[in-house]
Design a protein around this ligand. Sequence first.
Ligand code: NI
Length: 155
Amino acid sequence: MAIYNIEQAGQSSVLREKSKPIKEVNDTVRTLLDDMAETMYHAEGVGLAAPQIGIARRIIVVDVGEGLIELINPVLLKGRGKQVSEEGCLSVPGYYAPVERFKTVFIEGLDRDGKKINIKAKDFAAVALQHEIDHLDGILFTDKAKKPAKSQDEE
Ligand code: NI
């Protein structure tokens, strides 16, 4: 187990890359999942995507207090409804802004054994999952924020 440094927006190009899918779920990937969860808990975050630790691969971990969700190659299949909630990000420390997301999401991905799994999530868990999946496409919550998260100049 290891705790990684978390990449900071504006200082890291990997946060803006489109991450590559995992081709084979092996021990290296499982170790990465363990390290990502440890890093997320250490930073007191509710989610973490691999690019946030400098690894442009499609892996996310989320725990909004309902247990750890690990997903490899996650795909948002369908979303229903709308919700707006205040978001933050370990890669954008100190900034919070409201973002509109689906209220309920249906997501497909692989678990740590490489088996296909389907997840239905709503409310805050759905927000966290959508936020983390966005990271895999180089999208930060500040891109979608309803109000400028930093300053008027950056809108
Ligand atoms: Ni984030």
